[in-house]
Write a protein that binds this ligand. Structure first.
Ligand code: KG4
Ligand code: ZN
Length: 350
């Protein structure tokens, strides 16, 4: 079985071809980073227009690299949400058009399901497992029970983790995107000089919060008579360790819940751009080892937004007999766990 996948829900335009033996035949990603950098964040209108400009040739490139044509596909999958709606529309319309002209089924994929099932593509991981999704738009802990079966244990009640990194980087004048810049500055900082709060630490449940921490950084900056390079590095270090510590605490709570409901420890999968953070990885390696969990981090290229994960999730759904009509309407919000309470907060949220 071979599936073409399309991703366009945020600031990466991507197309990929994946086979059911877990082979990625082609995986092309075009980042719009340079187009959004002058604005210090993703501008939805620029993103949608850019997806429209580039998607056709990215699909052609994915076909060429994989040596396939539309006729070889068993299904055409695209991110159907959640995400920036203009971009999602571009991807869905493109996939529907390909499906219509080639007479192939169309599968609308939940972007979060793409992240959730990536470890099954990369290492054939069996259900169930625990997923920590930490990106610029999402911050959630979920149990992945099966295709289409998710239980959200916790989520951010305000900003996503990556969003917090980006905003703090902006405050410290470190550039965009913030995560790598904060990590780099923190590496040269003194982590003992300032102490910042660990939001939600020790609270019942597995929810996250980062807006209080962001404000604490704002106040700390305001307290400094002048912001030297050393100050900025020390603040970046204090912020980074606070985020890693807060995420670790919430993840420990989720591992406890998972172990209690699944007869013992299992595997923790980490996905999303923030999974690139070295301190976070180190911290998660420590807490998983202590809890008897295995830590699985897919390769960075497949942790951040890509279309291989969308093709794979589409393939997993399609081989279970699921597909969508050409009347599918793109969804700005699309929670993986419909039973979970609705999320609030800015940005791209499920
Ligand atoms: O998954 P992703 O590429 O895009 C979506 O948000 O969907 O994640 C991007 C986010 C950005 O907020 C970026 O600042 C953050 O991941 N990020 C990092 C690091 N690298 C990227 N955050 C912390 N440390 C990093 N090394
Ligand atoms: Zn994503």
């Amino acid at each position: 079985m071979i599936v073409l996948g399309i991703e366009s829900s945020c600031d990466e335009t991507a197309a990929a071809v994946v086979r059911d033996d877990r082979t990625i035949l082609a995986d092309v990603v075009l980042s719009q980073l340079d187009e959004h950098r002058p604005y210090g964040g993703v501008v939805p209108e620029i993103a949608a227009r850019s997806h429209l400009d580039h998607l056709d040739h990215l699909v052609a490139e994915a076909l060429a690299r994989s040596g396939t044509s539309f006729a070889d596909m068993d299904a055409i999958a695209a991110t159907g949400g959640p995400g920036l709606i203009g971009g999602v529309m571009v991807g869905v319309m493109t996939a529907k058009a390909i499906a219509a002209v080639s007479g192939k089924p169309f599968v609308a994929v939940n972007h979060l399901e793409g992240h959730a099932l990536t470890a099954r593509l990369t290492e054939g991981l069996a259900f169930p497992y625990l997923l920590l999704l930490v990106s610029g738009g999402h911050c959630q802990l979920l149990t992945v029970e099966g295709v289409g079966h998710y239980r959200r244990l916790g989520a951010t009640i305000d900003d996503a983790a990556g969003e917090a990194f980006d905003k703090v980087a902006k405050m410290l004048d470190l550039g965009y995107p913030g995560g790598p810049a904060v990590q780099q500055a923190a590496a040269q900082g003194d982590v003992t000089r300032f102490s910042l709060p660990r939001p939600m630490k020790g609270r019942p449940g597995c929810d996250f919060s980062f807006s209080g921490l962001k404000n604490a950084v704002r106040l700390l900056i305001a307290e400094q008579p002048s912001l030297s390079l050393e100050d900025r590095r020390d603040i970046a270090a204090a912020f980074q360790i606070a985020v890693a510590d807060a995420i670790a605490d919430r993840t420990c709570a989720a591992m406890g819940l998972f172990a209690a409901t699944h007869g013992g420890p299992g595997t923790l999968v980490v996905a999303g751009g923030v999974a690139a953070n070295a301190l976070l990885r180190e911290t998660l390696a420590g807490i998983t080892a202590e809890a008897g969990f295995r830590l699985a981090v897919p390769p960075q290229r497949l942790c951040t937004d890509n279309a291989a994960m969308i093709a794979w999730a589409g393939l997993e759904r399609f081989r279970l007999g699921q597909s969508d009509g050409l009347d599918f309407a793109p969804r700005p919000r699309w929670p993986l766990d419909p039973q979970a309470k609705q999320l609030r907060g800015a940005g791209v949220k499920a």
